[in-house]
Write a protein that binds this ligand. Structure first.
Ligand code: GLP
Length: 237
């Protein structure tokens, strides 16, 4: 495991974007899994800028969406699909046949099987960039959720439902998520986990102490885990 702590968020974003661009450049045709959520958005913007500077071809790899709110579709503000399409896939010019994201309006179990087939058909996820939720979730691998193979339909816990309000333009009652499971993510060679801001300091501290109630702790033994924090998120280490 590598732990990177940057003095500023800008420095953190720059380091992550360059490391991700370097990996993508060296692994054309590989499958990459990117988290939605607010935290990694500046990294995606920087990756798009690096591509515009001719330093990386982001369409040289394939993409799998990490998770989705069951009940939200492409037209819904705050769906992972909408966020990733507008923040990354479209500005980066990723062709539709190089990406697969969950459709939160479709049958969730069927979506899981379709994502598993996509992951399998592209040789498994080799690189993933993750955030961490306020309850320690990764994707929608919630505390207490089963640690099964492939993709899962998960009951969202109270913290996720409460925190999730920040993404939406109106009141939503969302009880389930679909997600790539932790085991599939753990098969990646490189796992970036990013956290910024003081509000993440507690959960990051719990994760790094190996708290078994924190799903992200299960990534700790992964040899390719690279945790990127700003000074505030590292405040309880
Ligand atoms: C969200 C998503 C995760 C995300 C995490 C952190 O609910 N399900 O994929 O990484 O929680 O989100 P944020 O970066 O907005 O804090």
């Amino acid at each position: 495991m590598e732990l990177h702590i940057a003095e500023t968020r800008e420095d953190l974003v720059e380091r992550m974007a360059r490391a991700a661009a370097e990996w993508i450049g060296a692994h054309p045709g590989s499958l990459v899994c990117l988290a939605a959520g607010d935290t990694p958005l500046p990294v995606y913007a920087r990756l798009v800028a690096l591509q515009a500077e001719g330093r990386v071809d982001l369409a040289s790899v394939f993409y799998a969406g990490l998770d989705e709110w069951v009940g939200l579709g492409p037209a819904d503000a705050g769906s992972c699909l909408q966020v990733m399409r507008d923040a990354f896939y479209d500005p980066a010019g990723i062709p539709a046949d190089r990406r697969r994201v969950f459709d939160g309006l479709a049958d969730p179990a069927t979506e899981c099987r379709a994502m598993e087939r996509w992951i399998e058909a592209h040789g498994g996820i080799r690189f993933t960039l993750l955030g961490i939720g306020m309850n320690g979730h990764v994707g929608f691998n919630e505390p207490g959720a089963p640690d099964g193979e492939g993709c899962l339909v998960v009951a969202l816990d109270d913290i996720t439902q409460t925190v999730g309000v920040k993404y939406f333009d109106r009141e939503r009652t969302l009880r389930q998520g679909v997600t790539v499971g932790l085991r599939s993510l753990s098969k990646a060679e490189i796992v970036f986990l990013m956290a910024t801001g003081e509000r993440k300091a507690d959960i990051v501290g719990r994760m790094l102490s190996g708290d078994p109630a924190v799903p992200a702790s299960r990534l700790l033994p992964h040899p390719g885990l690279r945790i990127y924090l700003d000074r505030e998120a590292a405040g309880r280490l």
